[in-house]
Write a protein that binds this ligand. Sequence first.
Ligand SMILES: [Zn+2]
Length: 70
Amino acid sequence: MKKKFFALTLVLFSPLAMAHPGEHHMGWLAGIAHLLSEPDHLAMLLLAVVVGAYGALALRRRARVNKRRQ
Ligand SMILES: [Zn+2]
């Protein structure tokens, strides 16, 4: 139930989230340059990398514990 509420909240309020005013409709190269040059996008990228690395470490730790139990 908690997960469904969280997912519904994300779906309902995600259109309200705006990194910054302005257009994002540009060519793919300019789009990548924009994503790598704006501090707000870089912060979200850094957050995704940190969360992904933490998740990978947690999975690796869990696999190591499961291997010891066998
Ligand atoms: Zn942007």
